[in-house]
Design a protein around this ligand. Structure first.
Ligand code: IPM
Ligand code: MN
Length: 357
């Protein structure tokens, strides 16, 4: 088979980690007889520099025409003083909306080899950790009406509206329940239904979706409680489904519990099989070009792409196995280095993993 992939390296360490992911993907291609074709596209700060806009129309069109999108990271201090609408991060939001990527899967997995990096007491994560956060990605406060308003006696005010429709909640909840069916059959829906009207509709809609999945246990948590439970008893979670902004916050928290933000991949899915795949970490401009970046999150994102968009489970498992094998052999980038392990560079990690494919 031939697969067309739009590749958006972006800024900072983005191009470096993408380069290693492509190395690994090519190794998968030769082993299993697939052809991966790459279309390199601009987005983020580099697009501002070259095209005058963080998300050129050409990037949107070509990404839509591809079978899947791989993204490195966008942003950096050079563009930090741009007005809000033209910051490199806007490219991410634009891509999500334009490509209809409404469901963001963020697995928080603790690798056995790295459990020393978990900041929680050992007994809290005994036996490992495997949480799948499903974050709604094209609605809510990120995309609601926003603006400024002069008040009578409190000066200028600014507002951003949180709004969710039944359809938006339904489709992301269905993804979460489908996930749970393949996992441990539990969904925790996170909202703030004790305060927000949008959360009450969210909760009601999720409950309706749950009726179609009698085998799955549904639990509802308020977001403040969920944030606390994540550090108090993280093993209670299987699949978490939540809104755009709550998912943004809780996925950072969950990733920290695994101790290795440099390890975590993500998938952003549209209706059908199309998706965009990127590491959870950002562009880390402070270490760009130093060979210190950990490409494993991007490489694991490629594994997610093979599984979710191309339906190539064996190929996907092969990548995950190769990553684990490299960890077991003791190779580490600085972010996950501990005593007695072997320090390696970004490109060495890519090569070591590709060799094991
Ligand atoms: C993320 C990031 C983005 C978000 C920013 C960069 C716009 O934090 O993907 O989690 O808030 O969604
Ligand atoms: Mn975030």
């Amino acid at each position: 088979m031939e697969y067309k992939i739009a590749v958006i390296p972006g800024d900072g360490i983005g191009p470096e980690v993408i380069g290693e992911a492509i190395k690994v993907l090519d190794a998968v291609g030769s082993k299993f007889g697939h052809k991966f074709e790459y279309d390199y596209l601009l987005a983020g700060g580099c697009a501002i520099d070259e095209k005058g806009t963080c998300l050129p129309q050409e990037t949107i069109d070509k990404a839509k025409a591809a079978d899947a999108v791989m993204l490195g990271a966008v942003g950096g201090p050079k563009w930090d003083n741009m007005p809000g609408g033209e910051r490199p991060e806007r490219a991410l939001l634009g891509l999500r909306k334009e490509l209809g990527l409404f469901a963001n899967l963020r697995p928080a997995i603790m690798f056995d080899e790295l459990k020393g990096a978990c900041p929680l007491r050992e007994e809290k994560v005994q036996g490992g950790l495997d949480i799948m956060i499903v974050r709604e990605l094209t609605g809510g406060i990120y995309f609601g009406e926003r603006g400024f308003k002069e008040t009578e006696d409190m000066g200028l005010a600014a507002y951003d509206v949180e709004m969710y429709s039944e359809k938006e909640v339904e489709r992301v909840a269905e993804i979460a329940f489908d996930m749970a069916m393949k996992r441990n059959k539990k969904v925790t829906s996170v909202d703030k239904a004790n305060v927000l009207e949008s959360s009450r509709l969210w909760r009601k809609t999720v409950a309706k979706v749950a009726e179609k999945y009698p085998e799955v246990t549904l639990e509802n948590l308020y977001v403040d409680n969920a944030a606390m439970q994540l550090v108090h008893n993280p093993k209670q979670f299987d699949v978490i489904v939540t809104s755009n902004i709550f998912g943004d916050i809780l996925s950072d928290e969950a990733s920290m519990i695994t101790g290795s933000i440099g390890m975590l991949p993500s998938a952003s899915l549209a209706e059908g099989a199309f998706g965009m795949y990127e590491p959870i970490h950002g562009s880390a401009p402070d270490i760009a070009g130093t060979g210190k970046a950990n490409p494993m999150a991007t490489i694991l994102s490629v594994a997610m792409m093979l599984k979710y968009t191309f339906g190539l489970s064996e190929e996907s498992d092969t990548i995950e196995g190769a990553v684990k094998a490299v960890l077991e052999a003791g190779y580490r980038t600085p972010d996950i280095l501990t005593e007695g392990k072997t320090l390696v560079t970004t490109t060495e990690v890519g090569t070591l993993i590709a060799e094991r494919i």
